[in-house]
Design a protein around this ligand. Structure first.
Ligand SMILES: [Fe+2]
Length: 293
């Protein structure tokens, strides 16, 4: 069963209006009262945000800015080796700060002139139809918190490192940005929850965890791989299968572990021709035919 909810820490609003992020006991920040207070405050910012208004400024500590700087530096080395050219070109054009965590408003200011995308703050899990639907309008929901500083290269949930280093650098490419928009249009077009789940799983196995042949080498373009210090070193050893819509839309995955099954596009054209065309044309009937094949 596709269950994205477990990916994010649940967010609750108490009777007095205060917002609480419920970190699991295994979360690296669980016993850090100061971190938890900041997580609650950052979640409250997103819940109080009205689309169209500027995104509220999130407060980060010097330790958290240091985590960003460290991860940015280390990932950049790995990107040079493992990321597709389109991602590297996008990252160079976007020019994210390397020494401090950017505010989401600032990320949008950098991104919009390139591909029209802006960011929206998310407290935690965003319902699938809303998350994907706004992609069609060039909007990307993003968490604002950063992982706990005690483990800079690990996070049990998607944090701003994933959302911005992984996704914004990708969204800086017009070709990738168009694929994100196509996924959004597909999510708005399909009606059943099953069809929406299929669309989201194709997104998972491409824009989150996709790999591509480039210059004879296997490279990564999925934001989930490109934002993970450990996974980016492992993806070439995984079970690599050819790009296949029916397989991607129905293969089970476990979000709590490194992805063991990955799908390889033979080229960027191949990705656009197969997946882009699917998102541009799919409806519930077409997806039902793929799932019962
Ligand atoms: Fe993501």
């Amino acid at each position: 069963m596709f269950e994205e909810a477990q990916y994010f820490a649940p967010v609750a609003t108490r009777d007095d209006g205060s917002v609480v992020v419920e970190l699991a006991t295994t979360h690296p920040g669980f016993a850090d009262a100061v971190y938890r207070e900041r997580r609650n405050a950052i979640a409250a910012l997103a819940l109080g945000h009205t689309p169209g208004d500027p995104i509220p400024h999130a407060e980060y500590t010097d330790e958290e800015h240091h985590v960003w700087a460290l991860v940015t530096k280390e990932l950049a080395v790995k990107h040079d080796r493992y990321a597709v050219r389109e991602f590297l070109d996008g990252a160079a054009k976007l020019g994210l700060p390397g020494d401090r965590i950017p505010q989401l408003e600032e990320v949008g200011d950098l991104l919009e002139p390139l591909t029209g995308f802006r960011y929206l703050p998310a407290a935690g899990l965003v319902p699938l139809r809303e998350f994907y639907g706004v992609l069609a309008k060039g909007l990307f929901h993003s968490t604002q918190y950063i992982r706990h500083h005690s483990v800079p290269f690990y996070t049990p949930e998607p944090d701003i490192v994933h959302e911005v280093i992984g996704h914004a650098n990708t969204l800086a490419s017009p070709r990738f940005a168009e694929l994100y928009r196509a996924a959004g249009r597909a999510a708005l077009r399909v009606e059943s929850d099953e069809a929406l789940e299929f669309v989201s799983k194709v997104f998972w196995f491409t824009l989150e965890f996709g790999v591509m042949r480039e210059g004879g080498e296997l490279k990564a373009y999925g934001a989930g791989i490109l934002s993970s210090y450990g996974e980016i070193e492992e993806f070439r050893g995984m079970d690599i299968r050819p790009l296949d819509l029916a397989a991607m839309g129905t293969t089970h995955y476990d979000i709590t572990k490194y992805q063991e099954v990955l799908f390889e596009a033979a080229s960027f054209d191949h990705l656009e021709d197969l997946v882009g065309t699917f998102w541009d044309t799919c409806d519930d009937d077409a997806i039902a035919r793929l799932t019962t094949r």
